[in-house]
Design a protein around this ligand. Structure first.
Ligand code: NAD
Length: 130
């Protein structure tokens, strides 16, 4: 199984990737992360040299960029942890007009889903994780 994890350089995403690769010997993971203030590749330093792990610095709001990654990596499943949910930031800037929070309704959240659906039509059928 080839899984694309968005937001994999964050707290939950990095631990999820480590879990997946440790628990499933035949699986590979593509980590797509914008590396915002919250993203830190040091969270996955121990994955350096792991052939089943790949990283792309990309914004899930960039539909064309995400579509390119889907075409290149051909993921069979997508798990999205990409978000900007820091409480202090949400108080200072509830919604940034030019760059909406990933976790805000609409806009970004639907784009990986649309890419997934498109790839599902072109490639393999989306399916549940075993
Ligand atoms: N941490 C918790 O205890 C907790 C508990 C329940 C739910 N959650 C939810 O789980 C999700 C992940 O939480 P976390 O604590 O790992 O967050 P985090 O802030 O540690 O990580 C978020 C990651 O998303 C990346 N990111 C942000 N916007 C992006 C974008 N547009 N494109 C690509 N990458 C982007 C960041 O660079 C970062 O690596 C959030 O939705 C959060 O609300 C977290």
């Amino acid at each position: 199984m080839r899984i694309l994890v968005a937001g994999g350089a964050g707290f939950i995403g990095s631990n999820f990737i480590r879990y997946l690769l440790g628990a499933h010997g035949g699986w590979s993971v593509v980590n797509v992360d914008k590396l915002t203030y919250a993203g830190n590749l040091a969270n996955l330093e121990d994955m350096a040299g792991e052939p089943r792990y790949r990283f792309h610095r990309a914004d899930i709001c960039d539909a064309a960029g995400i579509a390119r990654i889907f075409a290149e990596e051909k993921p069979e499943a997508v798990v999205n942890f990409a978000a900007e949910t820091h409480v202090d930031r949400s108080i200072d800037v509830p919604v940034a007009p030019s760059e909406p929070y990933t976790s805000s309704p609409g806009t970004c959240r639907s784009r990986p889903t649309r890419c997934t659906a498109r790839w599902g039509r072109r490639g393999t059928s989306p399916r549940s994780l075993p």
